[in-house]
Design a protein around this ligand. Structure first.
Ligand code: ATP
Ligand code: MG
Length: 362
């Protein structure tokens, strides 16, 4: 079957839930974004940042205060959900308890007059993927909470004629093992059928393992769109550095010295960033703990720290140290013995990110 190929465009969208207030608060500040056909996107951000609002604007459950939604250049902003050909899966199961699992899965297709043969084919394929085949004749109410959510997911995936499948934290109620398998299944579905999948989550691991594009949001803003590698190595704002990664990115208040160097307690850190144009000399230095290692032969970018804690995580050790008021974390191989209280750590210049007003200086 042919899939409706469509690019989803959000053009100059903004949204407030209280437009009549004198000072309306914006759940989404103005932004534009394109979701290419057939890709997997994750929308990642803390509670209340606007993820669900964005999804509901695309599916038509919420009409944006400003801006347009385009599916392949066609303006669908005024179309209701049913006319948009979008499947949406919510955090909690939306199913018919009295119907059988089969009928629940068949329902979206029956509504659109698919043939019985086609319905059977699709229900079989989706129920195999979600391992619901042996329950097809049971009434949905007899299933566990997990399984009910699988039915919900199945109802989202059963239609082949959709522009995209939007999922709002669909696996929250599912146990971790199954979650992992389902994410892989979703990836396979996307690779096989080229259906655009958009997946909302506040869990970075879920986002990283699922998506090829991650949209990071904070307080109604899209702060970065990129591959996991981009978010990890070059967070565009200190928020992304802090929100992504475990532990969070090291961020130090610092001061620009001459020659693109920064002050780090009593030491100097050279960077590869042109800092000459920054007016405010107070900046932040960001560097991932993964890139900070115990200094061996290095002469530059070596800092002295007092070790305050060493945690053994089995596959690595996390050293926490202090340099004056600055706290620094370094992830090192677990075999490395750490006996001394004083350590010299190396911060490679190419891994240093400089933030001015919380934004990355390029
Ligand atoms: N129906 C509504 N009426 C008024 N305000 C709303 C409504 N829905 C959401 N909001 C507000 O809009 C902002 C964004 O909410 P939204 O539900 O989109 O966030 P979210 O990122 O999905 O959060 P969560 O991770 O908790 O689901 C929040 O401040 C929220 O309180
Ligand atoms: Mg939400």
């Amino acid at each position: 079957m042919e899939y409706p190929m469509a690019k989803i465009e959000l053009s100059n969208i903004s949204h407030t839930y209280n437009p009549k207030d004198i000072n309306p608060t914006y759940a989404l500040n103005p932004f534009s974004m394109t979701w290419e056909n057939g890709k997997r996107y994750a929308i990642l951000g803390p509670s209340g940042c606007g993820k669900t609002t964005m999804l509901n604007i695309v599916s038509g459950l919420v009409k944006p205060s400003k801006g347009k939604i385009l599916f392949d250049e066609n303006d669908v902003t005024d179309l209701i959900t049913e006319e948009r050909n979008i499947a949406q899966v919510f955090q909690f199961p939306v199913i018919y308890n009295t119907m059988t699992v089969y009928d629940n899965l068949a329902f979206p297709l029956r509504c659109r007059n698919f043939t019985d043969q086609k319905i059977e084919e699709r229900v079989k394929s989706v129920s195999d993927t979600l391992r619901l085949s042996s329950f097809l004749n049971s009434p949905a109410r007899k299933l566990t909470a997990d399984q009910k959510q699988l039915i919900s997911l199945g109802r989202g995936l059963v239609r082949e004629d959709v522009v995209g499948v939007l999922m709002d934290e669909p696996l929250t109620v599912i146990d971790p093992d199954l979650k992992f398998r389902l994410r892989r299944n979703l990836k396979e579905i996307n690779e096989q059928y080229k259906t655009t999948l958009v997946y909302v989550t506040h869990d970075q691991n879920e986002a990283m393992t699922f998506a090829d594009n991650i949209i990071v949001m904070d307080q109604g803003e899209i702060v970065q769109v990129g591959l996991p590698k981009d978010l990890f190595e070059k967070p565009r704002t200190t928020f992304v550095g802090y929100f992504i990664g475990s532990p969070a990115m090291n961020l130090f208040n610092s001061e620009i010295l001459s020659d693109n160097s920064l002050k780090f307690n009593n030491d100097t850190i050279k960077t590869r960033t042109d800092l000459s144009k920054i007016k405010n000399k107070n900046v932040k230095l960001g560097i991932r703990s993964e890139f900070i290692k115990i200094a061996t032969h290095q002469k530059e970018n070596v800092v002295s720290v007092k070790v305050t804690r060493v945690e053994d995580f089995g596959n690595f050790k996390l050293i926490t140290g202090k340099a004056g008021d600055l706290e620094i974390k370094s992830k090192v191989e677990r075999e490395i013995p750490i006996s001394t209280e004083e350590l010299k750590l190396h911060l490679p210049a190419e891994k240093c990110c400089i933030y001015s007003d919380e934004k990355l200086v390029n």
